[in-house]
Ligand binder design. Structure first.
Ligand code: SIN
Length: 535
């Protein structure tokens, strides 16, 4: 039996913080929700690490939005649906592309400095976009947005921030979400955050793989705790790999933004050939699943040599001005991108599936909302269009905030937050090298649940995960142990969905079923039961 909660607890005996709303996660989605809701209600923002240690901070390329005179939300919708390979929720995409320009306007009013060319905002192009529509701030767009939102939260002093507080589980009472159970890392104490609404914005699960652009915090915690609480997880088989992460040992892998290819960089194989020409009409700017798979083939043919990005024909001044972060990072690593080829490999980049929500971010658990990478709103379908994710966080967090403010304003006294809740279960203590186990899991997922999948490989991965069931039942005390339990839980769901989907679609590629099938224009969902096993 898999426990409903990661730890045993007695709510009566734990320290409590009571606010109107708790937001879990401090990337663009969490900060946007927190700032909006705090205009009317008390908000506690709980985050696992430092405020800025989020996937948003590392986002380079930018935010896709239809703002140019040649563009329109309709064209943005068309490109998003095309990338999503038949599985996008059209209504959700409509909300994304229609609300986008207004949300970007708000970000600019808060002080976000996007790049301008004279009196026009600078727009770049990335894979799958039919024209230039990516707003950017050099090649550190995510950190510019994150810094703006953090500055705003500090200036307004309206959001109570709890850093280094790890959310263990969503508390439910009579089927309603009443708060979250946390581990306060510095003190090692359990803390209950009680609230009338919880907004989950806890990011993705890129750390399931050995090579990822995601920071170490991206361990799927939000998905795992929502799952244990009874929310639906959907589309978990769709893991997006970014083709061009710098081929070096650091983790997270340093991303070389797709915008570099948008500005003209080529991809070359170990013999110096441009291999994407003739493989896809958009060549290097084909959707990233197409580029990634082609790279995997090329690397196999080249004896596992990396692939090379060639920006040497782009003027040095342009490279320095437009991509200062990449310029500096590569220089420090001995690569002069104006003269040298840049070695790159694919890396796990984005978890497309997640906690299923409606257009207002509501989950099936009353009082629980999800937004950003942790959520599955349906906008990405089977393949996320580049630079749509920051926009998704902005747009849907605003909808969530509006709904929560409306609902809380309508409540006379709000739901009663006093409840008696105790959870006890026999849990073995196990002696485990957690770090080694995490690396083992990442290797397993990379080898058998990565870019190219097969029935045999997936069945093997699932059987290996099943053997780790005892870890899910064990009692850990450290954050690393809880992360491992969450990662095992989510890895099992990704592998099971990937095995079930007997076709190739979007980012999910099965070498034994290499074509899409009309039978599979559908979504796979997971519901937790305490009888579930990891695999
Ligand atoms: C990039 O800059 O290439 C990443 C953009 C994204 O993942 O949307």
């Amino acid at each position: 039996m898999v426990p409903r909660y990661l730890v045993n607890f007695d709510a009566v005996k734990i320290d409590k913080v009571i606010t109107d709303v708790v937001v879990v996660g401090s990337g663009i989605a969490g900060l946007t929700a927190a700032l909006e809701i705090s205009k009317q209600f008390d908000v506690a923002l709980v985050t696992k690490s430092e405020l800025k240690e989020t996937a948003t901070w590392y986002a380079q390329g930018g935010v896709a939005t239809a703002i140019s005179s040649e563009d329109s939300p309709k064209l943005h919708l068309r490109d998003t649906l095309e990338a999503g390979a038949g599985l996008c929720n059209r209504d959700a995409v409509d909300v994304l592309v229609s609300d986008g320009p207004d949300r970007i306007g708000e970000l600019i009013r808060l002080g976000t400095e996007f790049d301008w060319h004279g009196d026009r905002i600078g727009l770049s192009r990335e894979g799958g976009h039919s024209l230039a529509r990516i707003l950017h701030s050099g090649d550190t767009t995510g950190s510019e947005i994150e810094a703006t939102l953090i500055r705003t939260a500090n200036a307004w002093q309206s959001v109570q921030v709890f850093e280094h507080r790890f959310s263990l589980d969503i508390l439910t009472d009579n089927g309603r979400c009443v708060g979250i159970l946390c581990l306060d890392e510095p003190t090692g104490r359990l803390v209950l955050h009680l609230a009338k609404a919880v907004v989950l914005a806890a990011g993705g699960a890129g750390q399931l793989f050995s090579i990822t652009t995601n920071p170490p915090i991206s361990t799927g915690d939000g998905m795992a705790m929502a799952y244990r609480a009874g929310a639906i997880l959907a589309d978990m088989e769709f893991i997006q790999f970014h083709p061009t992460a710098l081929d070096q040992d650091s983790m997270p892998r340093f991303l070389i933004t797709e915008a570099l290819r948008g500005d003209g960089a080529f991809l070359r194989d170990c013999n110096g050939e441009r291999f994407m020409v003739g493989r896809h009409p958009l060549a290097e700017l084909a959707p990233r699943d197409v580029v990634t798979r082609e790279m995997v083939n090329i690397m196999q043919r080249c004896g596992d040599d990396p692939v090379y990005l060639d920006a040497t024909h782009i003027p040095e001044a342009v490279l320095k001005e437009r991509f200062p972060n990449i310029w500096n990072h590569c220089s420090v690593n001995g690569i002069n991108i104006a003269k040298d080829l840049i070695p790159v490999r694919p890396a796990a980049h984005y978890t497309i599936g997640g906690v299923k929500t409606d257009l207002n971010g509501e989950t099936i658990i009353p009082g629980l909302y999800a937004t950003g990478e942790v959520a599955c709103t349906g906008v990405h379908g089977a393949n996320r269009l580049a630079s749509n994710s920051l926009l998704e966080g902005l747009v849907f967090s605003k909808h969530i905030a509006n709904l929560i403010m409306h609902e809380l304003s309508a409540e006379e006294n709000g739901p009663v937050l006093e409840f008696k809740l105790e959870y006890r279960m026999e849990r073995p203590q196990i002696d485990l090298n957690i770090e080694r186990e995490r690396r083992w899991l990442q290797r397993l997922m990379t080898d058998y649940v990565g870019v190219v999948r097969s029935e045999k490989g997936l069945e093997f991965a699932i059987s290996q995960l099943k053997e780790r069931d005892r870890i899910l039942r064990a009692q850990f005390k450290s954050l690393a142990g809880f992360e491992l339990q969450n990662m095992l839980c989510i890895a099992g769901l990704v592998a099971r969905s990937a095995l079930a989907r007997r076709e190739s679609r979007g980012v999910h590629y099965r070498e034994d079923y290499p074509e899409p099938s009309d039978d599979w224009v559908t979504h796979l969902e997971h519901h937790f039961t305490e009888d579930a096993v990891a695999g």
